[in-house]
Design a protein around this ligand. Sequence first.
Ligand SMILES: *[C@@H]1O[C@H](CO)[C@@H](O)[C@H](O)[C@H]1NC(C)=O
Ligand SMILES: *[C@@H]1O[C@H](CO)[C@@H](O)[C@H](O)[C@H]1NC(C)=O
Ligand SMILES: *[C@@H]1O[C@H](CO)[C@@H](O)[C@H](O)[C@H]1NC(C)=O
Ligand SMILES: *[C@@H]1O[C@H](CO)[C@@H](O)[C@H](O)[C@H]1NC(C)=O
Ligand SMILES: *[C@@H]1O[C@H](CO)[C@@H](O)[C@H](O)[C@H]1NC(C)=O
Ligand SMILES: *[C@@H]1O[C@H](CO)[C@@H](O)[C@H](O)[C@H]1NC(C)=O
Length: 312
Amino acid sequence: MSLASALFLFSCIPSLCAAVSSDPRGLPPDPLSRRASKSIPSQGYYDPLQTGGDMLTQVPDTFPAGLGEPINVILSANSDAAVLVDQQSNGGLRNYYQSLGFSSECLGQHSGSDQAANLGDGNGYKNETAVIRWDYGDPAFGTCTETIEGGNHFRYWVQNGPNADSGAIFMALSYEKPIALGHDIIVNGYNLARDWLIGNATGQAIPTANLTNSSSYSGSTSADGYSYQTSVQYVSGLLQNTSDGINHYLTVGVNGSNAIDGLVAVMEVHISARPAGTSSALSMRPTAPWSWNLPTLLNLGVLLILPLFALS
Ligand SMILES: *[C@@H]1O[C@H](CO)[C@@H](O)[C@H](O)[C@H]1NC(C)=O
Ligand SMILES: *[C@@H]1O[C@H](CO)[C@@H](O)[C@H](O)[C@H]1NC(C)=O
Ligand SMILES: *[C@@H]1O[C@H](CO)[C@@H](O)[C@H](O)[C@H]1NC(C)=O
Ligand SMILES: *[C@@H]1O[C@H](CO)[C@@H](O)[C@H](O)[C@H]1NC(C)=O
Ligand SMILES: *[C@@H]1O[C@H](CO)[C@@H](O)[C@H](O)[C@H]1NC(C)=O
Ligand SMILES: *[C@@H]1O[C@H](CO)[C@@H](O)[C@H](O)[C@H]1NC(C)=O
């Protein structure tokens, strides 16, 4: 760990207790009864554009005002119900993200501005549920590296309002530069971030420049004893192939390329293997997503030692 990382961690400590005891940004698990009664369109989500929503986020304080970032990945509601539950346990969404190499923010500390999205579900604009970052191979501390060094990250929202309650997860991916460079987005950084995530989920390099609305990929990942089979279909029509209205459009789209190619990757995820002794029935245990567990206690142990190390 570099000194910069150590000092960054050190600076987080005063609010640590609040951060580890509960994560106010996590959603409570979806009750089983609600999911059972959902009517999900065959494509696995409601198109937000049909009901007054938007596939661009609202970003505060852009120049010019009103620029947004593309929601360029959808985790389809045709996925297994357990994967759509925002929790670490029982093979839930956070464990799936971990299988792709992504974890929640450094020590539970939220950094970066909030962005709002309107999924056309009747909830209007809502800030992201959470920000998830590339963990550089280390689910416990790697996202601290991402915050400092930059890398792939995303915000996500759940389409669960009264008018379009699919339960699909909408994700806005971008690949950011190091914090010292103001967390701008790299050249082609929306398309590349989307495709690196899809590459991580399917175990192959995705040819960004050659994608069309008939491209599809599949592959598998695993974490914590759960294996996930992911099938991906790229679709057009939800986003435009454009630079208009896109945050950082001047530096993301260069040499005549548009900032975004207009494709959204729709992922359908099924659990193909689970730890022995667990059942495929949805767990009804009322566990908070980030309640006390062994990794948390280990983190805390390291944090108590870290200040000594940073000062020495
Ligand atoms: C999003 O969060 C910001 C604070 O970061 C707050 O000012 C804003 O009102 C929130 N927006 C919505 C739509 O909830
Ligand atoms: C997985 O993600 C990392 C970080 O974004 C990226 O460098 C790598 O190319 C991705 N793997 C694939 C196969 O796309
Ligand atoms: C994209 O397509 C072109 C023309 O078919 C081909 O030459 C090139 O190798 C492809 N690029 C990738 C990354 O697959
Ligand atoms: C795919 O894109 C082409 C234009 O490139 C368009 O004509 C066609 O309707 C699209 N197909 C689907 C299924 O969206
Ligand atoms: C854009 O084009 C210029 C001139 O050909 C080249 O030097 C530069 O590397 C290109 N930038 C990117 C990101 O492709
Ligand atoms: C986006 O538009 C450019 C031309 O501006 C074109 O070359 C490219 O193939 C289009 N990409 C997709 C995915 O339709």
